[in-house]
Design a protein around this ligand. Sequence first.
Ligand SMILES: NC(=O)c1ccc[n+]([C@@H]2O[C@H](COP(=O)([O-])OP(=O)(O)OC[C@H]3O[C@@H](n4cnc5c(N)ncnc54)[C@H](O)[C@@H]3O)[C@@H](O)[C@H]2O)c1
Length: 335
Amino acid sequence: MRVGLAGAGRIGAFHAETLHALDAVDEVVVTDVDGAAARRVAESQGLGLAPDVETMLASGIDAFVITTGTLGHAPLLRQGVAAGVPTFCEKPVAATLAETIELADLVATSDVPVHVGFQRRFDVGYLRAREAVRSGELGFIHTVRANTHDQSPPHAGYIPTSGGIFRDCNIHDFDILRFVLGVEVKSVYATGGNKGEAYFAEAGDVDTGAAVLTLEDDTMVLVSSTRYNGAGHDVRLEVLGEKGAIGVGLDDSLALRSAEPGVDFPRGPQKWSFMERFLPAYRAELTEFIRLAAGAVPSPCTVADALQAFRTAEACELSRAERRPVALTEIKNAP
Ligand SMILES: NC(=O)c1ccc[n+]([C@@H]2O[C@H](COP(=O)([O-])OP(=O)(O)OC[C@H]3O[C@@H](n4cnc5c(N)ncnc54)[C@H](O)[C@@H]3O)[C@@H](O)[C@H]2O)c1
């Protein structure tokens, strides 16, 4: 199989390497609006190089992977679908709600398979938590805590087009909550603050966010995010139920130190980045995408799924801006 990848930045270079190592993939071809970035990745990994997306799509690829900055996702997804090529798109599918709705509609009425990159759906810990919830092992669930704490911020240029911390970071938590619990969000109350670099505030964003979500079945969810977790990359989910509780990301790499004397948990070493934290999940995710492109499986994460996660992020941004609780019914889900 010949795979084309657009966007040779942080995650693009990483996904290209993973794809290149898969048995079912014969060739990976990369492109980037920054030709030097594409060349660097192609030369260092022994990949093919295309001057632009149009040439790449016209050259006969079997699968298309979009890893550009967020603003590139929607136009390239439209191009992939128009060319009839099975497409993987990194999250979020688009920068705005209106475009995400339009793309969900487009993909629902097309027969081109599309897979959105929420890799936590392939992480063994989240899968185990899902099983514990769905089997009834935990009894009814009353409280969930979800966090996405990056060890250090991305480059300054990334922030103005990222969509803000809830659409960029916590969108992973919003997707995995639906995946693990199988319940939709009813309302949110969100806020945030800035203590780090000035470029967050200058972009209207925050470097640290917090939200309280109420789910349709009255489960309480506490969500947090930060770009400044110096102790390490810390992504966790705690599901607390009537009969038991389970924690994802609770192992010796936990980026936290106990204040209790004589306790040597966690023993470390901690993880520093999302690449380290989710390496097996990214590999499983891209393996599944290649199976999707071969027609062997349905999409494990559709644009309709991505729209639901985006609506929660949108509600959080509105709540933060207007300093009030926001019901999900206030956020559109159709054109
Ligand atoms: N799933 C995850 O865990 C995860 C992790 C990191 C980033 N992401 C997502 O991946 C995307 C990229 O993030 P990143 O950190 O790699 O960003 P980045 O800024 O490091 O890289 C983006 C690259 O895309 C290129 N580009 C922009 N527009 C393009 C276009 N129209 N055609 C071709 N190339 C184009 C840029 O030149 C750049 O090289 C973001 O949308 C982000 O939300 C997902």
